[in-house]
Design a protein around this ligand. Structure first.
Ligand SMILES: [Zn+2]
Length: 405
Protein backbone atom coordinates (compact mmCIF):
# COMPACT_ATOMS: atom_id res chain seq x y z
CA UNK A 1 0.00 0.00 0.00
CA UNK A 2 2.70 2.43 1.04
CA UNK A 3 4.65 1.87 -2.15
CA UNK A 4 1.72 2.67 -4.42
CA UNK A 5 1.01 5.90 -2.59
CA UNK A 6 4.61 6.98 -2.87
CA UNK A 7 4.79 6.26 -6.60
CA UNK A 8 1.60 8.21 -7.22
CA UNK A 9 3.05 11.17 -5.36
CA UNK A 10 6.12 11.24 -7.59
CA UNK A 11 4.07 11.03 -10.77
CA UNK A 12 1.91 13.91 -9.67
CA UNK A 13 4.92 16.08 -9.22
CA UNK A 14 6.11 15.47 -12.78
CA UNK A 15 4.68 17.16 -15.71
CA UNK A 16 3.49 14.51 -18.13
CA UNK A 17 0.57 15.62 -20.27
CA UNK A 18 1.15 19.19 -21.31
CA UNK A 19 -1.13 21.24 -23.52
CA UNK A 20 1.47 23.89 -24.17
CA UNK A 21 4.94 24.98 -23.06
CA UNK A 22 6.64 28.35 -23.04
CA UNK A 23 10.27 29.31 -22.57
CA UNK A 24 11.41 32.57 -21.04
CA UNK A 25 14.28 33.89 -18.97
CA UNK A 26 14.64 35.38 -15.51
CA UNK A 27 15.13 39.05 -14.77
CA UNK A 28 16.27 41.41 -12.06
CA UNK A 29 14.09 44.29 -10.89
CA UNK A 30 14.76 47.70 -9.42
CA UNK A 31 12.43 50.45 -8.30
CA UNK A 32 12.54 53.60 -10.37
CA UNK A 33 10.20 56.33 -11.59
CA UNK A 34 9.12 57.78 -14.90
CA UNK A 35 7.58 61.05 -15.94
CA UNK A 36 5.90 61.73 -19.27
CA UNK A 37 7.66 65.13 -19.42
CA UNK A 38 9.50 67.48 -17.09
CA UNK A 39 6.35 69.16 -15.83
CA UNK A 40 4.57 66.01 -14.67
CA UNK A 41 4.98 64.24 -11.36
CA UNK A 42 7.22 61.16 -11.65
CA UNK A 43 5.31 57.91 -11.33
CA UNK A 44 6.64 54.73 -9.71
CA UNK A 45 8.01 52.24 -12.18
CA UNK A 46 10.00 49.03 -12.37
CA UNK A 47 13.30 48.71 -14.15
CA UNK A 48 13.80 45.20 -15.51
CA UNK A 49 16.97 43.61 -16.79
CA UNK A 50 16.85 40.24 -18.50
CA UNK A 51 18.96 37.49 -17.03
CA UNK A 52 19.45 35.50 -20.23
CA UNK A 53 21.60 32.89 -18.47
CA UNK A 54 18.64 31.90 -16.35
CA UNK A 55 16.31 29.97 -18.67
CA UNK A 56 12.81 29.30 -17.39
CA UNK A 57 10.38 26.73 -18.73
CA UNK A 58 6.66 26.80 -18.24
CA UNK A 59 4.00 24.30 -19.09
CA UNK A 60 0.27 24.17 -18.91
CA UNK A 61 -1.70 21.05 -18.21
CA UNK A 62 -5.22 20.29 -17.18
CA UNK A 63 -5.65 20.04 -13.40
CA UNK A 64 -2.28 21.69 -12.59
CA UNK A 65 -2.76 24.91 -14.56
CA UNK A 66 0.23 27.00 -15.58
CA UNK A 67 3.37 25.77 -13.82
CA UNK A 68 7.09 26.52 -13.82
CA UNK A 69 9.27 23.48 -14.39
CA UNK A 70 12.62 22.42 -12.98
CA UNK A 71 15.36 21.30 -15.37
CA UNK A 72 14.40 17.67 -14.79
CA UNK A 73 10.78 18.33 -15.78
CA UNK A 74 9.34 18.27 -12.28
CA UNK A 75 7.10 21.09 -11.14
CA UNK A 76 8.97 23.92 -9.41
CA UNK A 77 5.95 26.12 -8.77
CA UNK A 78 2.30 25.57 -9.60
CA UNK A 79 -0.72 27.84 -10.00
CA UNK A 80 1.25 30.82 -11.34
CA UNK A 81 -1.93 32.58 -12.44
CA UNK A 82 -3.40 32.48 -8.94
CA UNK A 83 -0.10 33.64 -7.43
CA UNK A 84 0.31 36.60 -9.77
CA UNK A 85 -3.12 38.03 -9.13
CA UNK A 86 -2.86 37.47 -5.38
CA UNK A 87 0.02 39.98 -5.19
CA UNK A 88 -1.20 43.15 -3.50
CA UNK A 89 -1.25 45.83 -6.22
CA UNK A 90 1.04 48.12 -4.21
CA UNK A 91 3.44 45.43 -3.08
CA UNK A 92 6.40 46.13 -5.37
CA UNK A 93 8.57 43.56 -3.63
CA UNK A 94 5.84 40.97 -4.24
CA UNK A 95 6.08 41.65 -7.98
CA UNK A 96 9.88 41.59 -7.78
CA UNK A 97 10.02 38.11 -6.33
CA UNK A 98 7.42 36.86 -8.83
CA UNK A 99 9.40 38.25 -11.79
CA UNK A 100 12.71 37.06 -10.38
CA UNK A 101 11.38 33.49 -10.36
CA UNK A 102 9.22 33.61 -13.45
CA UNK A 103 10.63 36.38 -15.64
CA UNK A 104 8.55 39.35 -16.76
CA UNK A 105 5.04 39.11 -18.25
CA UNK A 106 6.32 40.19 -21.65
CA UNK A 107 9.57 39.48 -23.48
CA UNK A 108 12.31 41.94 -22.57
CA UNK A 109 15.46 42.89 -24.41
CA UNK A 110 18.79 41.26 -23.60
CA UNK A 111 21.56 43.63 -22.55
CA UNK A 112 19.27 46.60 -22.03
CA UNK A 113 16.95 47.62 -19.20
CA UNK A 114 13.24 48.05 -19.71
CA UNK A 115 11.09 50.40 -17.69
CA UNK A 116 7.46 49.55 -17.00
CA UNK A 117 5.14 51.88 -15.12
CA UNK A 118 3.70 50.40 -11.94
CA UNK A 119 0.25 51.76 -12.83
CA UNK A 120 0.25 49.92 -16.17
CA UNK A 121 1.34 46.73 -14.46
CA UNK A 122 -1.41 47.10 -11.85
CA UNK A 123 -4.08 47.60 -14.52
CA UNK A 124 -2.95 44.56 -16.51
CA UNK A 125 -2.95 42.28 -13.49
CA UNK A 126 -6.27 43.68 -12.24
CA UNK A 127 -7.92 43.05 -15.58
CA UNK A 128 -6.64 39.49 -15.60
CA UNK A 129 -8.02 39.12 -12.09
CA UNK A 130 -11.38 40.57 -13.15
CA UNK A 131 -11.68 37.96 -15.92
CA UNK A 132 -10.74 35.12 -13.62
CA UNK A 133 -13.17 36.34 -10.96
CA UNK A 134 -15.98 36.72 -13.47
CA UNK A 135 -15.39 33.18 -14.75
CA UNK A 136 -15.20 31.75 -11.25
CA UNK A 137 -18.29 33.58 -10.05
CA UNK A 138 -20.61 32.52 -12.84
CA UNK A 139 -19.44 28.92 -12.70
CA UNK A 140 -19.44 28.40 -8.96
CA UNK A 141 -23.20 28.73 -8.63
CA UNK A 142 -23.10 27.47 -5.05
CA UNK A 143 -21.37 30.71 -4.10
CA UNK A 144 -22.54 33.01 -6.87
CA UNK A 145 -22.76 36.61 -5.90
CA UNK A 146 -24.64 38.70 -8.43
CA UNK A 147 -23.18 41.82 -6.91
CA UNK A 148 -19.77 40.56 -7.97
CA UNK A 149 -20.95 39.58 -11.45
CA UNK A 150 -22.26 43.12 -11.96
CA UNK A 151 -19.03 44.64 -10.66
CA UNK A 152 -16.87 42.51 -12.94
CA UNK A 153 -19.11 43.17 -15.96
CA UNK A 154 -18.75 46.91 -15.54
CA UNK A 155 -15.05 46.55 -14.80
CA UNK A 156 -14.54 44.98 -18.22
CA UNK A 157 -16.93 47.18 -20.17
CA UNK A 158 -15.19 50.37 -19.07
CA UNK A 159 -11.63 49.21 -18.39
CA UNK A 160 -8.98 51.75 -19.37
CA UNK A 161 -6.70 51.08 -22.31
CA UNK A 162 -3.20 50.17 -21.19
CA UNK A 163 -0.22 49.79 -23.45
CA UNK A 164 3.21 48.39 -22.72
CA UNK A 165 6.16 48.43 -25.11
CA UNK A 166 9.34 46.43 -24.78
CA UNK A 167 12.37 45.57 -26.92
CA UNK A 168 12.52 49.03 -28.50
CA UNK A 169 8.88 48.84 -29.53
CA UNK A 170 9.29 45.44 -31.20
CA UNK A 171 6.94 43.98 -28.64
CA UNK A 172 3.80 45.93 -27.98
CA UNK A 173 0.83 44.98 -25.84
CA UNK A 174 -2.29 47.13 -25.94
CA UNK A 175 -5.31 46.10 -23.93
CA UNK A 176 -8.60 46.30 -25.79
CA UNK A 177 -11.16 48.96 -25.25
CA UNK A 178 -14.37 46.98 -25.00
CA UNK A 179 -16.55 46.79 -28.12
CA UNK A 180 -19.44 48.08 -26.05
CA UNK A 181 -17.56 51.28 -25.15
CA UNK A 182 -16.98 51.83 -28.85
CA UNK A 183 -20.65 51.11 -29.53
CA UNK A 184 -21.75 53.77 -27.03
CA UNK A 185 -19.31 56.24 -28.53
CA UNK A 186 -20.58 55.71 -32.10
CA UNK A 187 -24.19 55.99 -30.98
CA UNK A 188 -23.67 59.04 -28.80
CA UNK A 189 -25.49 61.36 -31.20
CA UNK A 190 -27.83 58.85 -32.80
CA UNK A 191 -31.29 60.12 -33.66
CA UNK A 192 -34.13 58.60 -31.69
CA UNK A 193 -36.33 55.98 -33.29
CA UNK A 194 -38.94 57.92 -35.39
CA UNK A 195 -41.86 56.60 -33.31
CA UNK A 196 -40.42 58.28 -30.20
CA UNK A 197 -40.91 61.78 -31.65
CA UNK A 198 -44.67 61.77 -31.38
CA UNK A 199 -45.08 62.91 -27.78
CA UNK A 200 -48.30 64.71 -28.70
CA UNK A 201 -50.34 61.58 -29.40
CA UNK A 202 -48.61 59.34 -26.86
CA UNK A 203 -48.63 59.49 -23.12
CA UNK A 204 -46.42 56.45 -23.01
CA UNK A 205 -44.07 54.65 -25.35
CA UNK A 206 -43.95 50.86 -25.45
CA UNK A 207 -40.57 49.13 -25.65
CA UNK A 208 -39.73 45.54 -26.40
CA UNK A 209 -36.09 44.60 -26.05
CA UNK A 210 -34.07 41.45 -25.43
CA UNK A 211 -34.92 41.39 -21.74
CA UNK A 212 -38.48 42.57 -21.33
CA UNK A 213 -41.45 44.58 -22.63
CA UNK A 214 -42.46 47.69 -20.76
CA UNK A 215 -43.52 51.32 -21.14
CA UNK A 216 -41.89 54.64 -20.38
CA UNK A 217 -43.57 57.98 -19.91
CA UNK A 218 -43.31 59.95 -23.19
CA UNK A 219 -42.28 63.18 -21.47
CA UNK A 220 -39.58 61.33 -19.57
CA UNK A 221 -38.16 59.91 -22.82
CA UNK A 222 -38.28 63.31 -24.46
CA UNK A 223 -36.66 65.17 -21.57
CA UNK A 224 -33.80 62.69 -21.12
CA UNK A 225 -33.06 62.61 -24.84
CA UNK A 226 -33.05 66.41 -24.91
CA UNK A 227 -30.63 66.45 -21.98
CA UNK A 228 -33.14 68.17 -19.67
CA UNK A 229 -34.42 65.44 -17.33
CA UNK A 230 -36.31 66.52 -14.21
CA UNK A 231 -34.22 64.15 -12.08
CA UNK A 232 -30.52 65.06 -12.10
CA UNK A 233 -29.34 61.46 -11.87
CA UNK A 234 -30.35 60.97 -15.52
CA UNK A 235 -28.02 63.79 -16.52
CA UNK A 236 -24.84 61.76 -16.08
CA UNK A 237 -23.10 61.34 -19.41
CA UNK A 238 -22.97 57.55 -19.14
CA UNK A 239 -26.72 57.27 -18.57
CA UNK A 240 -27.34 59.75 -21.40
CA UNK A 241 -25.21 57.69 -23.79
CA UNK A 242 -26.83 54.42 -22.78
CA UNK A 243 -30.32 55.87 -23.11
CA UNK A 244 -29.60 57.55 -26.45
CA UNK A 245 -28.35 54.23 -27.83
CA UNK A 246 -31.37 52.49 -26.30
CA UNK A 247 -33.86 54.85 -27.96
CA UNK A 248 -32.22 54.83 -31.39
CA UNK A 249 -33.36 52.50 -34.15
CA UNK A 250 -32.39 48.87 -33.52
CA UNK A 251 -32.07 48.11 -37.19
CA UNK A 252 -28.78 46.70 -38.47
CA UNK A 253 -27.10 46.92 -35.07
CA UNK A 254 -25.04 43.99 -33.77
CA UNK A 255 -27.29 41.79 -31.67
CA UNK A 256 -24.70 41.38 -28.90
CA UNK A 257 -24.31 45.15 -28.51
CA UNK A 258 -28.08 45.60 -28.40
CA UNK A 259 -28.29 42.92 -25.75
CA UNK A 260 -25.56 44.45 -23.57
CA UNK A 261 -27.10 47.88 -23.91
CA UNK A 262 -30.57 46.56 -23.02
CA UNK A 263 -29.05 45.03 -19.92
CA UNK A 264 -27.10 48.15 -18.90
CA UNK A 265 -30.13 50.36 -19.47
CA UNK A 266 -32.43 48.21 -17.35
CA UNK A 267 -29.83 47.86 -14.63
CA UNK A 268 -29.31 51.63 -14.47
CA UNK A 269 -32.98 52.48 -14.73
CA UNK A 270 -34.28 49.91 -12.31
CA UNK A 271 -31.48 49.14 -9.86
CA UNK A 272 -29.05 52.04 -9.81
CA UNK A 273 -26.77 54.14 -11.99
CA UNK A 274 -23.14 53.17 -11.67
CA UNK A 275 -20.51 55.86 -11.58
CA UNK A 276 -17.47 53.59 -11.68
CA UNK A 277 -16.27 50.28 -10.32
CA UNK A 278 -13.01 48.93 -9.00
CA UNK A 279 -12.17 45.33 -8.18
CA UNK A 280 -13.53 45.67 -4.65
CA UNK A 281 -16.52 47.94 -4.95
CA UNK A 282 -19.29 49.26 -7.16
CA UNK A 283 -19.70 53.00 -6.83
CA UNK A 284 -23.17 54.28 -7.65
CA UNK A 285 -23.92 57.92 -8.41
CA UNK A 286 -26.12 58.11 -5.33
CA UNK A 287 -27.27 55.90 -2.50
CA UNK A 288 -30.70 55.05 -3.88
CA UNK A 289 -29.84 51.56 -5.09
CA UNK A 290 -32.91 49.35 -5.39
CA UNK A 291 -31.47 45.89 -5.03
CA UNK A 292 -34.93 44.32 -4.84
CA UNK A 293 -35.50 45.41 -8.44
CA UNK A 294 -32.71 43.17 -9.62
CA UNK A 295 -35.17 40.63 -10.99
CA UNK A 296 -34.56 37.11 -12.20
CA UNK A 297 -34.83 38.35 -15.78
CA UNK A 298 -32.03 40.84 -15.13
CA UNK A 299 -29.95 38.19 -13.36
CA UNK A 300 -30.26 35.89 -16.34
CA UNK A 301 -29.24 38.72 -18.65
CA UNK A 302 -26.26 39.51 -16.40
CA UNK A 303 -24.97 35.95 -16.76
CA UNK A 304 -25.41 36.07 -20.55
CA UNK A 305 -23.52 39.38 -20.75
CA UNK A 306 -20.79 38.00 -18.48
CA UNK A 307 -20.31 35.00 -20.76
CA UNK A 308 -19.96 37.21 -23.79
CA UNK A 309 -17.41 39.41 -21.98
CA UNK A 310 -15.32 36.38 -21.03
CA UNK A 311 -15.31 35.21 -24.64
CA UNK A 312 -14.22 38.59 -25.95
CA UNK A 313 -11.59 39.07 -23.27
CA UNK A 314 -9.95 35.70 -23.79
CA UNK A 315 -10.06 35.85 -27.57
CA UNK A 316 -8.54 39.30 -27.70
CA UNK A 317 -5.71 38.18 -25.45
CA UNK A 318 -4.98 35.07 -27.50
CA UNK A 319 -4.43 36.84 -30.78
CA UNK A 320 -0.68 36.28 -30.51
CA UNK A 321 -0.93 32.59 -29.71
CA UNK A 322 -0.71 30.50 -32.82
CA UNK A 323 -0.80 26.83 -33.70
CA UNK A 324 2.42 25.28 -34.85
CA UNK A 325 3.51 21.76 -35.61
CA UNK A 326 6.05 19.87 -33.59
CA UNK A 327 8.12 18.01 -36.21
CA UNK A 328 10.00 15.94 -33.62
CA UNK A 329 6.95 14.49 -31.92
CA UNK A 330 4.64 14.89 -34.93
CA UNK A 331 2.14 16.62 -32.68
CA UNK A 332 0.20 19.83 -32.62
CA UNK A 333 1.74 22.55 -30.47
CA UNK A 334 1.20 26.22 -29.67
CA UNK A 335 3.56 29.13 -30.09
CA UNK A 336 3.14 31.58 -27.25
CA UNK A 337 4.58 35.08 -27.28
CA UNK A 338 4.57 35.95 -23.58
CA UNK A 339 3.91 34.79 -20.05
CA UNK A 340 0.92 37.11 -20.03
CA UNK A 341 -0.64 35.32 -23.03
CA UNK A 342 0.13 32.03 -21.30
CA UNK A 343 -1.95 33.21 -18.33
CA UNK A 344 -4.94 33.92 -20.60
CA UNK A 345 -4.34 30.65 -22.41
CA UNK A 346 -4.75 28.99 -19.04
CA UNK A 347 -8.15 30.66 -18.68
CA UNK A 348 -9.01 29.54 -22.20
CA UNK A 349 -8.39 25.94 -21.20
CA UNK A 350 -10.17 26.20 -17.89
CA UNK A 351 -13.19 23.86 -17.87
CA UNK A 352 -15.78 25.97 -16.11
CA UNK A 353 -18.29 23.15 -15.78
CA UNK A 354 -15.69 21.13 -13.87
CA UNK A 355 -13.39 23.56 -12.12
CA UNK A 356 -13.24 27.07 -10.77
CA UNK A 357 -10.87 29.35 -8.88
CA UNK A 358 -11.44 30.30 -5.28
CA UNK A 359 -9.65 32.84 -3.14
CA UNK A 360 -7.84 31.31 -0.18
CA UNK A 361 -9.74 32.16 3.00
CA UNK A 362 -6.50 32.92 4.83
CA UNK A 363 -6.45 36.73 4.49
CA UNK A 364 -2.65 36.79 4.74
CA UNK A 365 -2.45 34.52 1.66
CA UNK A 366 -5.32 35.45 -0.64
CA UNK A 367 -4.09 33.20 -3.43
CA UNK A 368 -6.61 32.21 -6.09
CA UNK A 369 -6.41 28.45 -6.37
CA UNK A 370 -8.03 26.02 -8.83
CA UNK A 371 -10.58 23.71 -7.29
CA UNK A 372 -13.00 21.13 -8.73
CA UNK A 373 -16.58 22.41 -8.75
CA UNK A 374 -17.63 19.28 -6.92
CA UNK A 375 -15.62 20.24 -3.84
CA UNK A 376 -17.90 22.79 -2.30
CA UNK A 377 -16.11 23.15 0.97
CA UNK A 378 -12.46 23.72 0.07
CA UNK A 379 -11.63 27.15 1.45
CA UNK A 380 -7.85 27.13 1.69
CA UNK A 381 -5.20 26.86 -1.02
CA UNK A 382 -3.04 24.47 1.00
CA UNK A 383 -2.75 22.61 4.28
CA UNK A 384 -0.42 25.24 5.73
CA UNK A 385 -3.04 27.98 5.24
CA UNK A 386 -5.75 25.79 6.75
CA UNK A 387 -3.61 24.97 9.80
CA UNK A 388 -2.66 28.60 10.29
CA UNK A 389 -6.29 29.69 10.26
CA UNK A 390 -7.36 26.85 12.52
CA UNK A 391 -4.65 27.83 14.99
CA UNK A 392 -5.69 31.48 14.83
CA UNK A 393 -9.32 30.54 15.46
CA UNK A 394 -8.27 28.37 18.38
CA UNK A 395 -6.27 31.24 19.87
CA UNK A 396 -9.35 33.47 19.68
CA UNK A 397 -11.51 30.78 21.30
CA UNK A 398 -8.97 30.27 24.09
CA UNK A 399 -8.78 33.98 24.73
CA UNK A 400 -12.55 34.23 24.94
CA UNK A 401 -12.57 31.35 27.41
CA UNK A 402 -9.91 33.09 29.50
CA UNK A 403 -11.86 36.33 29.70
CA UNK A 404 -14.99 34.42 30.68
CA UNK A 405 -13.24 32.57 33.46
ZN1 LIG B 1 -3.53 30.17 1.09
Amino acid sequence: MMKVAKKKKIEENFFTSGIFTYESCGCTCEETSVSANISTVPMPAIKLTADTQHKINFAFGSKVGLVRLNDDGSIAESNLLGKLIAIDRNDISGYFSFFKNNGFLFPIAAGKSEIIGLAELQFLVSRLQATLELMSTITDMSRTSYEKIIRMIFYHLFAPVVSVETINGKFKYVSDIHQYSKYLETNKNSARDPRLYDTFNNEEFAFTDNITSFTLNADFVDSVLNGTPADSRYETSLFQNVFTAYCSSRESKPIVMLYINDFVFHYFYEVGIIDHVDLERTHYINDSVQKEKFTNKLKKAAVAVAKYIIKEEIESNLRRVRPTYNTVLLEPAWKIDSLFSAMYFGLFYMRPNLETYRRCANPKCGEFFPVPLSSRKKKYCCKACMNRMMAAKKRIRDKLKETKE
